[in-house]
Write a protein that binds this ligand. Structure first.
Ligand SMILES: Nc1ncnc2c1ncn2[C@@H]1O[C@H](COP(=O)(O)OP(=O)(O)OP(=O)(O)O)[C@@H](O)[C@H]1O
Ligand SMILES: [Mg+2]
Length: 237
């Protein structure tokens, strides 16, 4: 059974028809990439899964329909969301950001501290800066913190929205390596990226979104060889 199944998902923002009936699945253990141009509807797809926008159509997580489930319950069910543009709490420390990330776990102190140690093991730079205000971290460090904060919910499914945005090439590699590690440790990943090359290298499967519709889908290595993908998303002639 798919961990996530989306059927005929439609989202309007007022008169803007952002998603026009998309369907996709994410199997347990997979990294699935969602690529597409600016405004294609990638972030909207993730927001609909997290319950931040109300779609038409069907979203099933682990066998349960979550269309009408409030966002905070969706977090508790095990979906972590790293939003576009990081959105860490600038005036709180690294530690406080991580603690807030775990708020849905209530009093599970031991479990929460285990997760915190796991985040620090993945991102030693965060451990060194645990008492620093998040707003004073570099862009790359803020991205690490945003990922770390999502890991604090111990997600079964992690939604990542443009983790490579604005990062230097070396750091992009390192963030992608970490996503691979998070996946290898048992977290399923749905990754939104404009860096199609890096995303297709990392992912098992991918979907190409064009103005609210799925234009192409398949194994990531096959899509990376598709002439349409190469022209439109990999900058080749
Ligand atoms: N709150 C909103 N109100 C009105 N229109 C919106 C809103 N959010 C998104 N849209 C529109 O919906 C469409 C899809 O937006 P979305 O943010 O999902 O695109 P995206 O694929 O994530 O793009 P990008 O790569 O630039 O982040 C765009 O045309 C956008 O202008
Ligand atoms: Mg977006």
């Amino acid at each position: 059974m798919a961990l996530l199944e989306i059927n005929d998902l439609t989202v309007y923002y007022g008169h803007v028809h952002a998603l026009k009936g998309i369907s996709l699945t994410v199997e347990p253990g997979e990294i699935v990439a969602l690529i597409g141009a600016n405004g294609a509807g990638k972030s909207t797809t993730l927001r609909a899964i997290s319950g931040l926008v109300r779609p038409q159509g069907e979203i099933v997580f682990d066998g349960r329909s979550i269309n009408a489930t409030p966002a905070h319950q969706i977090v508790q069910m095990g979906i972590g969301h790293v939003p576009e543009g990081r959105k860490v709490f600038a005036t709180l420390t690294v530690d406080e950001n991580l603690t807030l990330g775990a708020y849905s776990r209530g009093r599970d102190r031991t479990g929460i501290e285990e997760s915190r140690e796991r985040v620090f093991a993945l991102f030693p730079r965060l451990a060194e800066r645990r008492h620093q205000l998040a707003g004073t971290l570099s862009g790359g460090e803020q991205q690490m913190l945003a990922i770390g904060r999502a890991l604090m919910v111990k997600p079964r499914l992690m939604l990542l929205d443009e983790p490579s945005l604005g990062l230097a090439p070396l750091l992009v590699q390192s963030i992608f390596q970490t996503i691979k590690e998070i996946n290898a440790q048992g977290t399923t990943v749905l990754l939104v990226e404009q860096n199609a090359r890096a995303a297709l290298k990392l992912a098992h499967r991918a979907y190409v979104l064009e103005t609210g519709r799925i234009a192409l889908s398949g194994p990531a290595n096959v899509l990376a060889e598709d002439p349409r993908v190469r022209r439109a998303y990999l900058g080749e002639r």
